[in-house]
Design a protein around this ligand. Structure first.
Ligand SMILES: Nc1ncnc2c1ncn2[C@@H]1O[C@H](COP(=O)(O)OP(=O)(O)O)[C@@H](O)[C@H]1O
Ligand SMILES: [Mg+2]
Length: 351
């Protein structure tokens, strides 16, 4: 749908590609102390977990919200590890029928962590069953059909639900209210990504030099998953075209080959900015119109692309639609109109 080499999307997508899965498992931080960045979330979570352990009861249900690749799945596993509990993993789309959820819930052992990924995509009947389960550790199982149907209450073991979502805004009120603690995951600062990279380089045995790490971190879209993926791409380059050491020059040359932009914007980000500026004069324009213009699902543009463009100071949300900021015009090498927002635009990751 958009131009540029295929490798671009592979290298920069914040979504997990099949080839990521195995290596992600080895790179996942296992304990809270290994989890880089997100200082607020980490501190809050530490208190929630420690408090619960002192009381000897399962902690409140936890909702993890934020864009893809920021560590939600990792954190759910860490929660179980810190509690010394087993984790059962499922996802919203897998819970199509309430019966699927009932089966999972009734198999839980006291203290288990139940992780539901993409919880905003859970089907309505399962969601309603979850209300009672979260609140009273009980489900009502309906037996039979029609007028003769009866509902049998079934106790389930006290457990902790950890839900992850890229769209907390579309969760229903009743579901959101049943989480005792919501963690909002933020994009990472470059210096935090440098730590992620240093850790991954050690695990993978990559000779990553500090200046090389700075360069990769800067272009990783604030996302650990992308940082780890770029590290692997740069390592390939370093081994094939250089002596294996990932220095700043090697990193730059490699990222050039993979068409990773100075700010780490990916092909979709650039396509959206281009459409916004060139086809719609900088906006305002609705997200669905923008999505059609770039040939993408509007949920992808909204959940994956927009949060980072807003974070990078390229895109502003207004009541009338999305607007390109002066920074966005400048990034595309164009002169911004005088009414473009953010003339004194924030630079990326300004504090
Ligand atoms: N805080 C972190 N510290 C170190 N590595 C991280 C961190 N967050 C994410 N990662 C890395 O990024 C990868 C993707 O994280 P993941 O938890 O799957 O993200 P999400 O579920 O939010 O999409 C993990 O395998 C891990 O290697
Ligand atoms: Mg995940």
């Amino acid at each position: 749908m958009h131009d540029g080499p295929v490798t671009d999307e592979d290298a920069l997508s914040p979504l997990a590609e099949p080839e990521d899965r195995d290596v992600e498992a080895t790179l996942r931080p296992k304990r809270l102390s290994e989890f880089v960045g997100q200082a607020r979330v980490r501190e809050q979570l530490e208190l929630v977990l420690e408090g619960a352990m002192r009381r000897g009861a399962p902690p409140d249900h936890v909702l993890l919200s934020g864009p893809p690749g920021l560590g939600k799945t990792s954190l759910s596993m860490i929660i179980a590890a810190e509690l010394g509990s087993a984790i059962r993993i499922t996802s919203g789309p897998a819970l199509e029928r309430a019966g699927d959820l009932a089966a999972m819930l009734s198999n839980l052992v006291e203290g288990d962590v139940l992780f539901i990924d993409e919880i905003h995509r859970i089907a309505r009947p399962a969601e309603e069953m979850l209300y009672l389960a979260m609140e009273d550790f009980r489900v009502d199982v309906v037996v039979g059909k029609g007028p003769g149907a009866t509902s049998i209450p079934l106790d389930i073991a006290p457990f902790t639900l950890v839900g992850a979502t890229t769209r907390s805004g579309v969760l229903t009120g009743p579901l959101r209210d049943r989480f005792g603690f919501t963690a909002h995951m933020e994009f990472y600062e470059p210096h935090e990504l440098e730590q992620v990279l240093a850790r991954s380089a050690t695990i993978l045995g990559v000779d990553l030099r500090p200046d090389g790490a700075v360069e990769i971190a800067r272009r990783s879209r604030g996302t650990p998953r992308i940082a780890n993926r770029l590290l692997r791409r740069v390592r390939d380059y370093a081994e094939v075209r250089a002596n294996g050491a990932v220095t700043v020059d090697v990193a730059r040359a490699a990222l050039e080959v993979y068409d990773v932009d100075e700010l780490g914007l990916d092909r979709l980000d650039r396509a959206v900015l281009n459409a916004l500026v060139k086809s719609f004069g900088g906006g305002p324009v609705g997200i669905s119109t923008l999505a059609v213009a770039v040939g993408e699902e509007s949920t992808t543009v909204e959940e994956v692309c927009e949060p980072y463009l807003v974070r990078a100071g390229m895109l502003a949300r207004t009541p009338r639609g999305r607007v390109a900021t002066a920074t966005a015009w400048a990034h595309l090498g164009l002169q911004a109109p005088s009414d473009a927002p953010g003339q004194a635009a924030p630079t990326l990751f300004d504090e």
